[in-house]
Design a binder for this molecule. Structure first.
Ligand code: FES
Length: 234
């Protein structure tokens, strides 16, 4: 039974159900609720997010509301961050979104448990996601991860002060500016050990460090400016 509670994320809900029955616990739903340490407060959209949820759902044809699953989970996770200081999705929140979309809870749980952008347990105020895929790895993601560890962050864990959670994730789509991290919804790119350290220190002081390239590039333009197509046509 302890292993059921200690697993961070399951490969599929079916696996969870299997393990739960193996542990001879009452039923899998009991396990899910206990595992996620659901908040006592009942979740409901804020007025602003209710409007936004309705707008998103209306983007899809009648009968295809389930297509709004991912943006609504993201919206719910953002609301959790605002209301509790931790961007995550307890079971009651997933159930709430599933009910609105008219789909079984387990189908939405499958989505939430597949993508690392959704957190199934509480995270710190700053969720530091270090990209460790090949382009970032070749450009120094090991140094970035080391900078995080040297500031007291531990992979897969929250810091005791509740400020940081450290995760290693796969490609976040900013390979041209590798190595990079995503912290909450912001990207920090062209990182070095020193710049990553500075960003973490700034966040810990309550500051908002500049996002994007840390060496002043505009988007993914070449370092030092353009090298081709620089002649002005006559
Ligand atoms: S490999 Fe890191 S952003 Fe693509």
């Amino acid at each position: 039974m302890p292993s059921v509670f200690s697993m961070k994320r399951y490969s599929s809900p079916l696996r969870l159900m299997y393990r739960a029955s193996d542990a001879a616990v009452v039923d899998c739903w009991t396990i899910v609720v206990m595992h996620t340490d659901a908040p006592a407060k009942v979740f409901a959209w804020t007025d602003e997010n209710a409007t936004e949820a309705a707008r998103i759902i209306a983007l899809y044809p009648q009968g295809r509301q389930a297509s709004a699953a991912m943006p609504l989970l993201w919206l719910a996770q953002g609301q959790m961050a605002e209301q509790t200081g931790s961007a995550w999705l307890p079971v009651p929140v997933i159930e709430y979104v599933a009910a609105q979309l008219g789909m079984p809870y387990i189908r939405l749980y499958e989505v939430a448990s597949f993508y690392t952008m959704y957190n199934l347990k509480p995270v710190g105020r700053y969720h530091v996601q270090v990209c460790g895929t090949t382009p970032c790895q070749l450009r120094g993601s090991d140094d970035i991860m080391q900078a995080c560890k040297d500031k007291g962050l531990k992979k897969g864990a929250n810091t005791e002060d509740g400020l940081f959670t450290l995760s290693e994730v796969e490609c976040l789509g900013a390979c041209a500016n590798a190595p990079m991290v995503q912290i909450n919804a912001d990207n920090y790119e062209d990182l070095t050990y020193a710049s990553m350290t500075s960003i973490l220190e700034a966040l810990a002081r309550g500051e908002t460090p500049a996002t994007g390239s840390q060496i002043g590039r505009t988007a993914s333009c070449p370092e030092g400016g353009a090298t081709t197509l620089i002649a002005v046509p006559a």
